[in-house]
Design a protein around this ligand. Structure first.
Ligand SMILES: [Zn+2]
Length: 182
């Protein structure tokens, strides 16, 4: 099924385009359009603007369908990468602080970082991204005061990275809710 909005081929029976999120025509209306094949080819090559009336009455994609779109996947991949950094920091903190140094209080840090990482990963939460950034700045200052030198760079990277992409994701979702386009 060819998307009239962006020209991408989608699997048969798909309700929405995997690339741009535009609603796809049902089989019946596609058969009707077969008579206008040549006209359709033109529309694929040019930017086909979907009439407003086609959107009203068409239901929006679910969040799951939305997440399957190519453009959105590139955002969620980065969110997952940011979360993996958080998991790695949690694992390093656990091994170095808790296991090797025997500092049980280090478990709190492990739980904070892994918990916020899960919130970023699964809920794509902007709040978790902001909190982990605030935590990383606090940690950075704490390291200067305690060890006399800055530390915890990786968690700052994780914080900024997750802020950028969770906000990108939520903006794309809000825009989609309003316009029906990704
Ligand atoms: Zn499309």
């Amino acid at each position: 099924m060819i998307c009239k909005s962006c020209g991408r081929a989608n699997e048969l029976g798909a309700r929405f385009c995997k690339s741009c999120g535009a609603p796809l025509e049902s089989n019946e209306s596609m058969q009707q359009n077969n008579t206008n094949q040549s006209e359709n080819v033109c529309q694929q090559n040019n930017q086909y603007v979907m009439p407003e009336s086609m959107y009203s009455g068409t239901t929006r994609m679910t969040k799951k369908e939305f997440n399957e779109c190519a453009n959105i996947k590139s955002i969620t991949k980065n969110i997952t990468a940011a979360a993996i950094i958080a998991y790695v920091i949690g694992a390093i903190t656990f091994i170095v602080n808790v296991v090797m140094a025997g500092n049980i209080a280090g478990l709190v840090d492990v739980m904070i970082v892994v918990g916020l990482g899960l919130g970023i990963h699964l809920a794509k939460s902007r709040a978790c991204a902001v909190i982990i950034t605030a935590y990383s700045i606090f940690n950075f200052i704490y390291m200067i005061l305690l060890a006399g030198m800055p530390g915890g760079w990786l968690i700052i990277v994780c914080g900024v990275y997750s802020i950028i992409y969770t906000f990108k994701y939520q903006n794309a979702w809000n825009k989609y809710q309003q316009t029906g386009q990704i």
